[in-house]
Design a protein around this ligand. Sequence first.
Ligand SMILES: NC(=O)c1ccc[n+]([C@@H]2O[C@H](COP(=O)([O-])OP(=O)(O)OC[C@H]3O[C@@H](n4cnc5c(N)ncnc54)[C@H](OP(=O)(O)O)[C@@H]3O)[C@@H](O)[C@H]2O)c1
Length: 282
Amino acid sequence: MARRTVRLQGHRDRGPWRRGPGASWAVLSVGCATVGGVRRIHPCFEDDPDIPAAYAYPRDHWLRLNMVASADGAAWVEGHSEGLSGRADKRIFGLLRGLADVVLAGAATVRTEGYRPARPRESWRALREGRPPAPPIAVVTRRLDLDLEAPLFAEAEPYARTIVITTESAPRDLREAAAAKADLIVAGDEFVDLATAMGELRARGLGRVLCEGGPRVNAQLAAAGLVDELALTVSPLLVGGDAARILDGVASRTPLTLAQVLEEDGFLFCRYVREAQDEASG
Ligand SMILES: NC(=O)c1ccc[n+]([C@@H]2O[C@H](COP(=O)([O-])OP(=O)(O)OC[C@H]3O[C@@H](n4cnc5c(N)ncnc54)[C@H](OP(=O)(O)O)[C@@H]3O)[C@@H](O)[C@H]2O)c1
């Protein structure tokens, strides 16, 4: 499954890239030219920045959208996000999961990208102190066309049971079947009311939300004024074609402030926060 599953911990020392939980954010510099590792390029230059601190949730109810796009704005290549991702993107993707109380995704993303439960990582231990070792996955769906025997449901740990967010009008038998394998949230009649759903998650102590798309869910979240932050990876790639942008659906305007840019291997990691958001309040 896409960029989501690769447990890649970038580490460049004097040898080849190593993968594994012990890897660090080490950087190798030659003179003033950084040749490996993440560096901050906005709002100030810094080699080997503290990445968890760079993405710390400003408050305990906050919705962060995490997406990767090509340089020409495509949200997928041949139907998947994997072709847009890279080493550092995967690391940051994993870190953002480690920081979140819950990972939210639309059912099409879950189906297309083959979502599984988030697995605890050693590197998350400090990030998740006082919380379960991994966040649950919450799936937004109207049709409930989900494989309830799949690992996303069958292999979820009791502390992070998968959450299904659906509607009153979803078929009763499918709702009952889902409730047997997952925690069920019913929010809305014909369509999930995402503001209500966010309130339900927050009531369960899951206020730090990481939404991983897809574009159709993103568009609704933005239109409802629910997006506090966009963590956008810009991939150094042109793809053309007819892929959606990272928001696909109803038009809306959410003014953003560029809070931070990191860079590695030509990938940009932009952190935008919604304008007029006071990160310290709440
Ligand atoms: N570039 C990236 O970072 C990134 C990230 C994620 C995904 N993607 C790509 O994006 C594509 C999938 O995204 P997408 O935009 O097509 O779909 P999506 O947003 O992932 O999911 C859409 C589905 O979510 C459910 N849904 C959405 N809003 C709903 C509402 N208000 N009420 C009830 N159900 C609702 C429906 O599921 P049901 O059909 O089950 O009713 C709908 O079909 C894939 O190609 C994936 O690879 C890219």
